[in-house]
Design a protein around this ligand. Sequence first.
Ligand SMILES: Cc1ncc(COP(=O)(O)O)c(C=O)c1O
Length: 365
Amino acid sequence: MTALAHETGAINLGQGFPDEDGPPEVVEAAVAALRSGTANQYAPLPGVPALIDAVRAHQRRNYGLEPEDVQVTFGATEALAAAMLGLLRPGDEVVALDPVYDSYAAIAEMAGATLRRVPLHPPRWRLDPAELRAAVWERTRVLLLNSPHNPTGRVLDREELEAVAAVCREHDVVAVTDEVYEHLVFEGEHIPLATLEGMAERTLTISSVGKTYSFTGWKIGWCSGPARLVAAVRGAKQFLTFSGGTPLQHAAAAALNLGESVPARLRAELRAKRDHLAAGLREAGFGVLPCEGTYFVTADAAPLGHPDAEELCLRLPHDAGVVAIPIAVFAGDPTHEMRSLVRFAFCKREAVLTEAVERLVAWAR
Ligand SMILES: Cc1ncc(COP(=O)(O)O)c(C=O)c1O
Protein backbone atom coordinates (compact mmCIF):
# COMPACT_ATOMS: atom_id res chain seq x y z
CA MET A 1 0.00 0.00 0.00
CA THR A 2 2.94 2.32 0.71
CA ALA A 3 4.23 1.57 -2.83
CA LEU A 4 0.77 2.46 -4.17
CA ALA A 5 0.90 5.74 -2.23
CA HIS A 6 4.24 6.60 -3.91
CA GLU A 7 2.96 5.56 -7.32
CA THR A 8 -0.26 7.60 -7.14
CA GLY A 9 0.89 10.51 -4.94
CA ALA A 10 -1.89 9.63 -2.52
CA ILE A 11 -1.73 10.54 1.18
CA ASN A 12 -0.50 7.45 2.99
CA LEU A 13 -2.78 6.66 5.91
CA GLY A 14 -1.96 3.00 5.39
CA GLN A 15 1.33 2.24 7.11
CA GLY A 16 1.69 3.32 10.75
CA PHE A 17 4.57 5.73 10.94
CA PRO A 18 4.59 9.40 12.01
CA ASP A 19 5.60 12.07 9.51
CA GLU A 20 7.45 14.10 12.16
CA ASP A 21 10.51 13.32 14.25
CA GLY A 22 10.24 12.53 17.92
CA PRO A 23 11.71 14.72 20.69
CA PRO A 24 14.78 16.75 19.57
CA GLU A 25 16.64 15.96 22.81
CA VAL A 26 16.49 12.28 21.88
CA VAL A 27 17.89 13.05 18.41
CA GLU A 28 20.68 15.02 20.14
CA ALA A 29 21.42 12.03 22.35
CA ALA A 30 21.82 9.89 19.21
CA VAL A 31 24.13 12.48 17.63
CA ALA A 32 26.19 12.69 20.83
CA ALA A 33 26.51 8.89 20.93
CA LEU A 34 27.57 8.80 17.28
CA ARG A 35 30.24 11.43 17.99
CA SER A 36 31.40 10.05 21.32
CA GLY A 37 33.99 7.75 19.83
CA THR A 38 32.86 5.02 22.23
CA ALA A 39 29.47 3.93 20.90
CA ASN A 40 30.04 2.81 17.33
CA GLN A 41 31.17 -0.77 17.84
CA TYR A 42 29.32 -3.96 18.73
CA ALA A 43 27.16 -3.62 21.80
CA PRO A 44 27.23 -6.53 24.29
CA LEU A 45 24.74 -9.26 23.28
CA PRO A 46 22.17 -8.32 25.98
CA GLY A 47 22.34 -4.63 24.96
CA VAL A 48 24.15 -1.55 26.24
CA PRO A 49 23.97 -1.40 30.06
CA ALA A 50 22.47 2.13 30.01
CA LEU A 51 19.47 0.92 28.01
CA ILE A 52 19.02 -2.21 30.10
CA ASP A 53 18.99 -0.04 33.22
CA ALA A 54 16.53 2.40 31.59
CA VAL A 55 14.16 -0.45 30.63
CA ARG A 56 14.28 -1.80 34.20
CA ALA A 57 13.58 1.68 35.59
CA HIS A 58 10.69 2.14 33.11
CA GLN A 59 9.06 -1.15 34.10
CA ARG A 60 9.44 -0.33 37.80
CA ARG A 61 8.24 3.28 37.52
CA ASN A 62 5.21 2.57 35.34
CA TYR A 63 4.07 -0.86 36.47
CA GLY A 64 5.94 -1.89 39.62
CA LEU A 65 7.60 -4.74 37.66
CA GLU A 66 11.10 -6.02 38.53
CA PRO A 67 12.03 -8.27 35.59
CA GLU A 68 14.80 -10.81 36.20
CA ASP A 69 16.42 -10.05 32.86
CA VAL A 70 16.27 -7.71 29.85
CA GLN A 71 17.34 -8.26 26.23
CA VAL A 72 17.69 -5.44 23.71
CA THR A 73 16.60 -6.29 20.13
CA PHE A 74 16.18 -4.79 16.65
CA GLY A 75 12.73 -3.44 17.35
CA ALA A 76 9.89 -5.39 18.84
CA THR A 77 9.85 -7.29 15.55
CA GLU A 78 13.11 -9.08 16.32
CA ALA A 79 12.09 -9.72 19.93
CA LEU A 80 8.87 -11.36 18.69
CA ALA A 81 10.66 -13.48 16.09
CA ALA A 82 13.46 -14.52 18.45
CA ALA A 83 10.86 -15.39 21.11
CA MET A 84 9.05 -17.70 18.70
CA LEU A 85 12.29 -19.28 17.49
CA GLY A 86 13.56 -19.70 21.03
CA LEU A 87 10.38 -20.93 22.68
CA LEU A 88 8.61 -23.06 20.07
CA ARG A 89 9.20 -26.53 18.71
CA PRO A 90 7.75 -27.89 15.45
CA GLY A 91 4.14 -28.87 16.01
CA ASP A 92 3.53 -26.36 18.80
CA GLU A 93 0.67 -23.88 18.60
CA VAL A 94 0.60 -20.16 19.28
CA VAL A 95 -2.68 -18.49 20.17
CA ALA A 96 -3.22 -14.85 19.15
CA LEU A 97 -6.13 -12.43 18.89
CA ASP A 98 -7.49 -12.12 15.37
CA PRO A 99 -7.12 -9.87 13.41
CA VAL A 100 -3.36 -10.12 14.07
CA TYR A 101 -0.37 -7.89 13.43
CA ASP A 102 1.04 -9.18 10.17
CA SER A 103 4.31 -10.70 11.40
CA TYR A 104 2.71 -13.16 13.82
CA ALA A 105 1.67 -15.90 11.40
CA ALA A 106 5.03 -15.72 9.61
CA ILE A 107 7.16 -15.93 12.75
CA ALA A 108 5.11 -18.83 14.13
CA GLU A 109 5.62 -20.63 10.83
CA MET A 110 9.37 -19.88 10.80
CA ALA A 111 9.54 -21.72 14.12
CA GLY A 112 7.63 -24.68 12.65
CA ALA A 113 4.56 -23.86 14.74
CA THR A 114 0.99 -22.97 13.84
CA LEU A 115 -0.90 -19.79 14.67
CA ARG A 116 -4.36 -20.37 16.11
CA ARG A 117 -6.53 -17.26 15.99
CA VAL A 118 -9.14 -16.22 18.53
CA PRO A 119 -11.52 -13.67 17.02
CA LEU A 120 -12.19 -10.21 18.39
CA HIS A 121 -15.63 -9.15 17.25
CA PRO A 122 -16.39 -5.69 15.86
CA PRO A 123 -17.51 -3.09 16.67
CA ARG A 124 -16.24 -3.30 20.30
CA TRP A 125 -13.57 -5.92 19.55
CA ARG A 126 -14.08 -7.61 22.92
CA LEU A 127 -12.39 -10.89 23.75
CA ASP A 128 -14.76 -13.76 24.52
CA PRO A 129 -13.10 -15.85 27.27
CA ALA A 130 -14.99 -18.96 26.12
CA GLU A 131 -13.53 -18.65 22.63
CA LEU A 132 -10.06 -18.21 24.10
CA ARG A 133 -10.48 -21.26 26.29
CA ALA A 134 -11.67 -23.34 23.36
CA ALA A 135 -8.51 -22.46 21.39
CA VAL A 136 -6.05 -23.64 24.04
CA TRP A 137 -5.15 -27.32 24.29
CA GLU A 138 -2.16 -29.57 24.92
CA ARG A 139 -0.19 -28.33 21.92
CA THR A 140 -0.52 -24.67 22.90
CA ARG A 141 2.87 -23.44 24.01
CA VAL A 142 2.62 -19.65 23.68
CA LEU A 143 -0.17 -17.11 23.98
CA LEU A 144 0.89 -14.08 21.98
CA LEU A 145 -1.04 -11.09 23.24
CA ASN A 146 -1.09 -7.66 21.62
CA SER A 147 -2.70 -4.86 23.61
CA PRO A 148 -3.11 -2.02 22.73
CA HIS A 149 -4.08 -3.93 19.63
CA ASN A 150 -3.11 -3.31 16.03
CA PRO A 151 -5.13 -3.13 13.77
CA THR A 152 -8.28 -2.58 15.84
CA GLY A 153 -7.17 0.11 18.32
CA ARG A 154 -8.63 -1.97 21.17
CA VAL A 155 -7.11 -1.86 24.68
CA LEU A 156 -8.00 -4.98 26.65
CA ASP A 157 -9.54 -4.29 30.06
CA ARG A 158 -8.69 -5.94 33.37
CA GLU A 159 -11.52 -8.48 33.11
CA GLU A 160 -10.34 -9.71 29.71
CA LEU A 161 -6.72 -9.80 30.87
CA GLU A 162 -7.72 -11.82 33.96
CA ALA A 163 -9.35 -14.34 31.61
CA VAL A 164 -6.14 -14.54 29.56
CA ALA A 165 -4.04 -14.96 32.71
CA ALA A 166 -6.33 -17.70 34.03
CA VAL A 167 -6.00 -19.68 30.80
CA CYS A 168 -2.19 -19.32 30.84
CA ARG A 169 -1.95 -20.45 34.45
CA GLU A 170 -4.33 -23.39 34.05
CA HIS A 171 -2.66 -24.73 30.91
CA ASP A 172 0.89 -23.78 31.84
CA VAL A 173 1.21 -21.62 28.74
CA VAL A 174 3.91 -18.97 28.28
CA ALA A 175 2.59 -15.47 27.55
CA VAL A 176 4.45 -13.23 25.12
CA THR A 177 3.03 -9.72 25.16
CA ASP A 178 3.52 -7.18 22.40
CA GLU A 179 3.12 -3.82 24.15
CA VAL A 180 4.62 -1.45 21.56
CA TYR A 181 1.63 0.92 21.95
CA GLU A 182 1.76 0.84 25.77
CA HIS A 183 1.95 4.65 26.01
CA LEU A 184 -0.57 5.37 23.24
CA VAL A 185 -3.75 4.72 25.19
CA PHE A 186 -6.53 7.32 24.93
CA GLU A 187 -9.35 5.55 26.79
CA GLY A 188 -8.92 3.16 29.71
CA GLU A 189 -5.45 2.13 30.84
CA HIS A 190 -2.67 -0.14 29.71
CA ILE A 191 -2.31 -3.08 32.07
CA PRO A 192 0.70 -5.31 31.36
CA LEU A 193 -0.27 -8.97 31.65
CA ALA A 194 2.87 -9.53 33.74
CA THR A 195 1.35 -7.45 36.57
CA LEU A 196 -1.48 -9.95 37.09
CA GLU A 197 -1.25 -12.63 39.75
CA GLY A 198 1.07 -15.48 38.89
CA MET A 199 1.96 -13.94 35.50
CA ALA A 200 5.35 -12.27 36.08
CA GLU A 201 6.99 -15.70 36.16
CA ARG A 202 5.46 -16.81 32.85
CA THR A 203 5.34 -13.61 30.77
CA LEU A 204 7.84 -12.20 28.32
CA THR A 205 7.03 -8.50 27.87
CA ILE A 206 8.04 -6.82 24.60
CA SER A 207 8.15 -3.15 23.67
CA SER A 208 10.21 -0.68 21.67
CA VAL A 209 11.13 2.95 21.21
CA GLY A 210 9.41 3.36 17.83
CA LYS A 211 5.79 4.18 18.64
CA THR A 212 6.19 5.80 22.06
CA TYR A 213 8.76 8.34 20.85
CA SER A 214 7.96 8.59 17.10
CA PHE A 215 11.19 6.95 15.95
CA THR A 216 9.81 3.95 14.09
CA GLY A 217 12.88 3.77 11.84
CA TRP A 218 15.30 3.26 14.71
CA LYS A 219 14.16 -0.28 15.42
CA ILE A 220 15.39 -0.39 18.99
CA GLY A 221 13.27 -2.75 21.06
CA TRP A 222 13.56 -4.93 24.12
CA CYS A 223 11.99 -7.75 26.05
CA SER A 224 11.98 -8.35 29.77
CA GLY A 225 10.80 -11.04 32.12
CA PRO A 226 11.91 -14.29 33.77
CA ALA A 227 15.54 -15.25 33.09
CA ARG A 228 14.59 -18.52 31.34
CA LEU A 229 12.30 -16.75 28.82
CA VAL A 230 14.76 -13.94 28.13
CA ALA A 231 17.49 -16.56 27.67
CA ALA A 232 15.39 -18.24 24.97
CA VAL A 233 15.19 -14.93 23.09
CA ARG A 234 18.90 -14.24 23.57
CA GLY A 235 19.83 -17.69 22.26
CA ALA A 236 17.97 -17.05 19.01
CA LYS A 237 18.99 -13.41 18.68
CA GLN A 238 22.66 -14.30 19.04
CA PHE A 239 22.53 -15.98 15.64
CA LEU A 240 20.08 -13.59 13.97
CA THR A 241 21.86 -10.27 14.46
CA PHE A 242 23.93 -10.68 17.65
CA SER A 243 23.70 -6.95 18.42
CA GLY A 244 23.43 -3.63 16.64
CA GLY A 245 22.36 -0.01 16.56
CA THR A 246 24.73 0.81 19.43
CA PRO A 247 24.41 4.63 19.23
CA LEU A 248 20.64 4.37 18.95
CA GLN A 249 20.56 2.11 21.99
CA HIS A 250 22.19 4.97 23.95
CA ALA A 251 19.62 7.40 22.55
CA ALA A 252 16.77 5.03 23.44
CA ALA A 253 18.08 4.98 27.02
CA ALA A 254 18.03 8.79 27.00
CA ALA A 255 14.42 8.73 25.73
CA LEU A 256 13.24 6.36 28.47
CA ASN A 257 15.09 8.41 31.08
CA LEU A 258 13.14 11.56 30.10
CA GLY A 259 10.33 10.18 32.26
CA GLU A 260 6.63 10.10 31.56
CA SER A 261 5.94 13.71 30.55
CA VAL A 262 7.27 13.19 27.01
CA PRO A 263 5.10 10.15 26.17
CA ALA A 264 2.18 12.00 27.83
CA ARG A 265 2.65 14.97 25.48
CA LEU A 266 2.87 12.76 22.39
CA ARG A 267 -0.19 10.85 23.56
CA ALA A 268 -2.19 14.07 23.93
CA GLU A 269 -1.18 15.14 20.43
CA LEU A 270 -2.16 11.77 19.01
CA ARG A 271 -5.51 11.83 20.81
CA ALA A 272 -6.31 15.14 19.09
CA LYS A 273 -5.30 13.62 15.75
CA ARG A 274 -7.50 10.59 16.36
CA ASP A 275 -10.44 12.89 17.04
CA HIS A 276 -9.65 14.98 13.96
CA LEU A 277 -9.55 12.01 11.60
CA ALA A 278 -12.53 10.25 13.22
CA ALA A 279 -14.66 13.39 12.82
CA GLY A 280 -13.56 13.72 9.19
CA LEU A 281 -14.36 10.09 8.43
CA ARG A 282 -17.82 10.55 9.95
CA GLU A 283 -18.32 13.69 7.85
CA ALA A 284 -17.43 11.67 4.74
CA GLY A 285 -20.11 9.14 5.68
CA PHE A 286 -18.06 6.28 7.14
CA GLY A 287 -19.18 4.56 10.32
CA VAL A 288 -16.38 5.03 12.87
CA LEU A 289 -15.59 2.30 15.40
CA PRO A 290 -14.29 3.07 18.89
CA CYS A 291 -10.50 3.55 19.08
CA GLU A 292 -8.95 3.32 22.55
CA GLY A 293 -5.28 3.35 21.60
CA THR A 294 -2.53 2.85 18.95
CA TYR A 295 -2.06 4.83 15.72
CA PHE A 296 -5.18 3.49 14.02
CA VAL A 297 -8.90 4.14 13.71
CA THR A 298 -11.25 1.68 12.02
CA ALA A 299 -13.97 2.93 9.70
CA ASP A 300 -16.90 1.05 8.22
CA ALA A 301 -17.38 1.71 4.50
CA ALA A 302 -20.74 -0.10 4.32
CA PRO A 303 -22.81 3.06 5.04
CA LEU A 304 -21.14 4.58 1.96
CA GLY A 305 -22.29 1.64 -0.13
CA HIS A 306 -18.93 -0.19 -0.13
CA PRO A 307 -19.34 -3.63 1.46
CA ASP A 308 -15.93 -4.83 0.20
CA ALA A 309 -13.11 -2.87 1.86
CA GLU A 310 -10.38 -4.74 -0.05
CA GLU A 311 -11.79 -3.58 -3.36
CA LEU A 312 -12.36 -0.08 -1.97
CA CYS A 313 -8.78 0.26 -0.67
CA LEU A 314 -7.38 -0.61 -4.10
CA ARG A 315 -9.52 2.16 -5.63
CA LEU A 316 -9.16 4.84 -2.94
CA PRO A 317 -5.62 5.98 -3.87
CA HIS A 318 -6.76 6.60 -7.46
CA ASP A 319 -10.28 7.86 -6.75
CA ALA A 320 -9.75 9.82 -3.52
CA GLY A 321 -5.97 10.26 -3.26
CA VAL A 322 -5.83 8.48 0.11
CA VAL A 323 -4.29 5.14 1.04
CA ALA A 324 -5.81 2.96 3.78
CA ILE A 325 -5.77 -0.75 4.60
CA PRO A 326 -8.66 -3.23 4.74
CA ILE A 327 -8.94 -4.88 8.17
CA ALA A 328 -9.60 -8.22 6.44
CA VAL A 329 -5.93 -8.55 5.40
CA PHE A 330 -5.01 -8.94 9.08
CA ALA A 331 -7.59 -11.66 9.64
CA GLY A 332 -7.18 -15.39 9.08
CA ASP A 333 -10.72 -15.98 7.94
CA PRO A 334 -12.43 -12.58 7.86
CA THR A 335 -16.01 -12.64 9.07
CA HIS A 336 -18.75 -10.93 7.08
CA GLU A 337 -18.80 -8.05 9.59
CA MET A 338 -15.06 -7.38 9.01
CA ARG A 339 -15.30 -7.19 5.22
CA SER A 340 -16.33 -3.54 5.03
CA LEU A 341 -13.83 -2.28 7.64
CA VAL A 342 -10.86 -0.07 6.80
CA ARG A 343 -7.88 0.88 8.98
CA PHE A 344 -6.72 4.50 8.77
CA ALA A 345 -3.52 5.74 10.48
CA PHE A 346 -3.82 9.12 12.23
CA CYS A 347 -0.14 9.53 13.27
CA LYS A 348 0.32 12.32 10.69
CA ARG A 349 0.63 16.11 10.82
CA GLU A 350 -2.67 17.96 11.34
CA ALA A 351 -2.33 19.61 7.90
CA VAL A 352 -1.97 16.18 6.28
CA LEU A 353 -5.05 14.90 8.11
CA THR A 354 -7.00 18.00 7.05
CA GLU A 355 -6.06 17.41 3.42
CA ALA A 356 -6.91 13.70 3.67
CA VAL A 357 -10.33 14.50 5.16
CA GLU A 358 -11.05 17.09 2.46
CA ARG A 359 -10.21 14.52 -0.20
CA LEU A 360 -12.36 11.82 1.39
CA VAL A 361 -15.32 14.15 1.87
CA ALA A 362 -15.07 15.32 -1.77
CA TRP A 363 -14.77 11.72 -2.99
CA ALA A 364 -17.76 10.56 -0.94
CA ARG A 365 -19.92 13.35 -2.45
C1 LIG B 1 1.54 -4.65 17.07
C2 LIG B 1 2.90 -4.31 16.59
N1 LIG B 1 3.95 -5.00 17.03
C3 LIG B 1 5.20 -4.73 16.62
C4 LIG B 1 5.45 -3.73 15.69
C5 LIG B 1 6.85 -3.47 15.25
O1 LIG B 1 7.59 -2.84 16.23
P1 LIG B 1 9.09 -2.38 15.94
O2 LIG B 1 9.04 -1.30 14.92
O3 LIG B 1 9.62 -1.95 17.24
O4 LIG B 1 9.80 -3.58 15.39
C6 LIG B 1 4.38 -2.99 15.19
C7 LIG B 1 4.60 -1.95 14.17
O5 LIG B 1 3.74 -1.58 13.42
C8 LIG B 1 3.08 -3.28 15.64
O6 LIG B 1 2.01 -2.59 15.19
